[in-house]
Design a binder for this molecule. Structure first.
Ligand code: GRF
Length: 220
């Protein structure tokens, strides 16, 4: 079976890229990474692509006079290698409606919160400030509204006593490294359909258990 041809767009360290590369190396994984693009030449994540022998390109936003011309250049590079799905993984540029609409339902993102809670930056600090008992991450199709769009996969982690932003970020990040490959696997297998701005996932079995945080010790 032909594997889904993906590109991963990064700006930084690329730990999610690394998780996706790892997943794609599994036998029978239904997607492959054909290209990694960074908008910054110094992105640490480019080393993951090089190590895995994946083609990479730097398309530096600073080299373009406008967002439109930058995005046109991105699309040109992506289409030249027949990319079918773009995975944003710590790509720190806002994308305009032109790009998002062109790649509609072929453009996904990972965000470090349980959307629609905490869109935007500083998600972990804001989650701690609100005192939520669960944090997590969301993989979703991209829409023009930032950190918004049909949800594909979410992973939840508990917020624990004594957590600071860094401890919580690390716990969420390890959840990201499971959630993003799962989303890619589901899409690659053709199991994800966008219906009325929600996704339907065929053959989905949800986790049936109730998660309590704090645990109900009396009943343990
Ligand atoms: C992740 O937390 C992701 O959710 C957010 O940016 C971060 C990227 O981390 N969009 P990495 O570069 O994949 O390590």
């Amino acid at each position: 079976m032909a594997r889904l041809r993906c590109a991963v767009l990064i700006s930084g360290r690329g730990s999610n890229l690394e998780a996706l590369i790892h997943a794609c190396a599994e036998k029978d994984f239904p997607a492959e990474i054909k290209l990694v693009i960074s908008n910054r030449a110094d992105a640490g994540g480019l080393a993951h692509a090089a190590k895995a022998g994946i083609a990479s390109a730097v398309v530096a936003h600073r080299d373009y006079a406008s967002r439109d011309t930058f995005e046109t250049a991105l699309t040109k590079v992506l289409e030249a290698v027949g990319i079918e799905l773009i995975c944003l993984a710590g790509f720190m540029r806002l994308l305009t409606a032109g790009f998002v609409d062109h790649w509609r339902d072929r453009l996904i993102n990972i965000h470090p919160s349980l959307l629609p809670a905490f869109p935007g930056l500083d998600t972990h600090a804001r989650a701690l400030a609100e005192g939520v008992r669960f944090a997590g991450c969301t993989v979703h199709f991209v829409r023009t509204e930032m950190d918004h769009g049909p949800i594909i996969v979410q992973a939840a982690v508990p917020v624990l006593p004594g957590d600071d932003e860094h401890a919580l970020a690390a716990r969420v990040l390890s959840a990201e490294h499971r959630a993003y490959p799962l989303a890619l696997k589901l899409i690659g297998a053709g199991r994800v359909k966008v219906v009325g701005e929600r996704t339907e996932i065929s053959g989905m079995s949800g986790g049936a258990s109730i998660l309590l945080n704090p645990a109900d010790d009396q009943r343990a």
